[in-house]
Design a protein. Structure first.
Length: 437
């Protein structure tokens, strides 16, 4: 398992204590026998995982400690909530991933970017940090052959089932009791974590709705998980899940395992499994994660984007088409997907610019019904009333926007106040004019 195994052993050396240090001594013995060039490559790959322990940024994800009865140790998980989560009252799908310290920052940025561009919904992200990574992410206790045939020991390996039970019975219940979640879960893992993602898919097929396996260590224990997957697919005529698997430019056993898994999916994937396998030739084992999470999430939410006119950017079919689009998404994902606030707002202004004031007001009203905690929906409705000459209706909606803005610390509160003040002045002026003889 060449570079694949070495990369994960580097992380194990740092995290797993005495057992991993014994594994590292086994590697050093192999290095001595493999020659100078082999030693250079081994040392380079051993250094790679040092990037995983990133410092906690100010204002970053919440850190939650779980006293695990399953694992018999304290575990830390990182939780990132979407922008506006504290005030909006909305529920979100959840992405669970291994190596939380290493991948929380870039994955959160990817999600914000894709959501802002209408490609995926916003997500809650749960990153599980490591103690003994090799133990938790490998399904069996195994000894692997090194580059010169010498055995590489993994003394603590084989704890994947216990780690999966920890996620199922302790992590998920904690998240779903403490955060506003939708009944849609995604699991992502890299390297040994990718192996664990495949293991999870086979062992608990209904625990998650979608799986992202990045550079999975499929050669582990004589390709055990590929064999298990073959039997798993045979037993299922239909299975409505999503699977994305990727690999960088990684020659050797890991590439062989990847191609065997691709072939298995091509021949035996059950009906309803929406899968994609992608080889990223210009990425390596470490750099492949960012793009894999980007394309993996695009795959999971492939139907999320709504059709737009390429020339104007307008939503094709207007509000009615948007509502039908999100009804279809709701049926596919298994939970109610509301038409996004920003999209309805855009549709309302689109109608206003076309001079269709009553249709614009109807669109803005529907946004108020869907998102009553948002200051902006009232401000937009008020603007439509104001432009149609109905100041008596504009003023109370501007006032509602201003009050909600103050309550929620909305960055646009000053704008809402200016709009309310302007409408109030106009109403007062109109009242004064009516009183004149």
């Amino acid at each position: 398992m060449k570079s694949q195994i070495i990369f994960d052993l580097g992380t194990a050396t740092r995290e797993a204590g005495f057992g991993a240090r014994r594994a590292a001594r086994g590697i050093r013995a192999s290095i001595n026998a493999a020659g100078v060039m082999g030693a250079v490559m081994f040392l380079f790959l051993l250094a790679m995982p040092a990037r995983a322990q990133a410092p906690q940024a100010a204002g970053g994800p919440a850190r939650i400690s779980i006293k695990s009865q399953v694992l018999g140790e304290d575990r830390v998980i990182l939780v990132r909530t979407p922008p506006g989560y504290q005030a909006n009252g909305l529920r979100y799908p959840v992405l669970y991933m291994t190596d939380g310290d290493a991948h929380m920052a870039h994955t959160s940025g990817t999600i914000e970017f894709l959501a802002r561009n209408g490609r995926i919904p916003e997500l809650i992200v749960v990153g599980i940090t490591n103690t003994d990574r090799t133990r938790d992410l490998t399904p069996t206790n195994a000894t692997l052959a090194g580059p010169n045939g010498a055995a590489i020991q993994f003394p603590t390996s084989g704890g994947a089932d216990k780690f999966l039970k920890f996620i199922e019975t302790e992590v998920i219940p904690q998240i779903e009791s403490q955060y506003r979640t939708q009944p849609y879960r995604i699991f992502a893992g890299h390297s040994f974590g990718g192996l664990f993602a495949v293991h999870t898919m086979i062992s608990r097929p209904d625990l998650f709705n979608a799986f992202i396996a990045v550079s999975p260590s499929l050669p582990w224990d004589n390709e055990l998980e590929i064999k298990r997957a073959e039997e798993f697919f045979k037993a299922r005529k239909e299975w409505n899940k999503t699977l994305f698997v990727s690999l960088g430019n990684e020659p050797g056993d890991i590439s062989v395992g990847f191609e065997k898994f691709r072939e298995l999916l091509s021949k035996s994937a059950p009906k309803g499994l929406d899968w994609e396998v992608q080889k990223m030739e210009d990425e390596d084992h470490g750099s492949v994660v960012l793009r894999s999470h980007y394309f993996g999430l695009r795959k999971v939410f492939a139907d999320w984007q709504i059709a737009r006119d390429p020339q104007t950017g307008a939503v094709v079919g207007g509000l009615r088409a948007a509502e039908e689009h999100y009804k279809r998404l709701s049926r596919k994902l298994g939970y109610e997907v509301r038409v996004p606030e920003a999209l309805v707002n855009q549709l309302g202004y689109q109608l206003m610019n076309e001079g269709k004031m009553e249709e614009a007001i109807a669109a803005f009203k529907s946004n108020v019904e869907r998102y009553p905690a948002s200051a902006n929906v009232y401000d937009s409705l008020a603007e439509a009333y104001e432009k149609s000459g109905r100041l008596d209706l504009a003023k109370p909606n501007y006032e509602k926007a201003y009050n909600l803005g103050k309550q929620n610390n909305d960055p646009n509160t000053a704008v809402f106040k200016a709009n309310f003040d302007r409408a109030s002045e106009k109403v007062n002026s109109a009242d004064q004019a009516m009183k004149k003889p």
